[in-house]
Write a protein that binds this ligand. Structure first.
Ligand code: SF4
Length: 237
């Protein structure tokens, strides 16, 4: 695995579990609000965390940590993901994947191999403007993300669906459209995330005003089963 960062202990990244988080290099999206631009645009600028080091660390945490979050970047781009997820599962850790949802077939094969226990999937925009925000160049990207969500629901995989909201990118009407698209897939719980104006892929967006937390909370109250997560990962009410 091409790992370029690691958090050894987290209580917020894997709901209900104490976990380690690793960050994979590269991504097939170019979201303007991305706060890991170095991982996306220039992963070689970040020191590589070598696999023996990760395996040694995880071995030393058997019985102490409960899970591992494989995040990014986009982890499904790494051809070594299935082998790594299997190693973690065999060591007794639950595996959560944070993904942009662009590879539903990889989620399926991980799940069928017994190596996928939870998913965090970004739902970035209404279908009609998905690539306006994700900049993936993948023509059927909205359909792929919907298939990833549907797969998680069909197989009762623990699922965190989240959307980073910036005023320049998503209006309240967009959020209403997304809410009804999620409803039609069967997704109930949805989290709106406050934009983090630190070190973004598009530098201009971090200088542009966005919604306040109060505005986001007021949006969420008008949408069903929708909550707001602040910058610390804590829910705001
Ligand atoms: S925010 Fe977008 S560009 Fe950044 S890692 Fe996630 S999917 Fe990739």
């Amino acid at each position: 695995m091409n790992i370029r960062g690691m958090i050894r202990f987290s209580m917020v990244d894997f709901p209900g579990k104490i976990a380690c988080v690793v960050f994979c290099a590269r991504c097939n999206f170019r979201c303007p609000f991305c706060h890991n631009p170095h991982l996306v645009l220039d992963p070689d600028s970040q020191p590589r965390v070598r696999m023996p080091q990760i395996l040694h660390f995880m071995q030393s945490r058997v019985g102490k940590l409960e899970g591992i979050v494989i995040s990014g970047g986009e982890p499904t781009l790494d051809p070594e993901l299935p082998g790594f997820a299997k190693q973690m599962t065999d060591m007794g850790f639950a595996v959560k994947l944070d993904t942009n949802g662009s590879h539903p077939e990889i989620l399926k094969s991980l799940y069928e191999a017994g190596c996928l226990h939870a998913l965090g999937i970004d739902y970035k925009a209404p279908s009609g403007k998905y690539n306006e925000i994700a900049n993936s160049g993948i023509s059927d990207i909205a359909d792929r993300v919907k298939r990833s969500l549907a797969f998680a629901l069909e197989n009762h995989i623990r699922l965190d669906v989240r959307t980073t909201v910036h005023k320049n990118l998503l209006s309240f009407e967009d959020l209403q459209t997304m809410r009804s698209e999620l409803n039609s897939i069967g997704v109930k719980d949805w989290n709106l995330q406050q934009f983090n104006p630190v070190d973004t892929l598009d530098e201009a967006i971090s200088k542009t005003p966005t919604y306040s937390e109060l505005e986001l909370i007021s949006f969420a109250r008008k949408l069903s089963s929708t909550k707001v997560r602040g910058l610390t990962g804590i829910y705001l009410e």
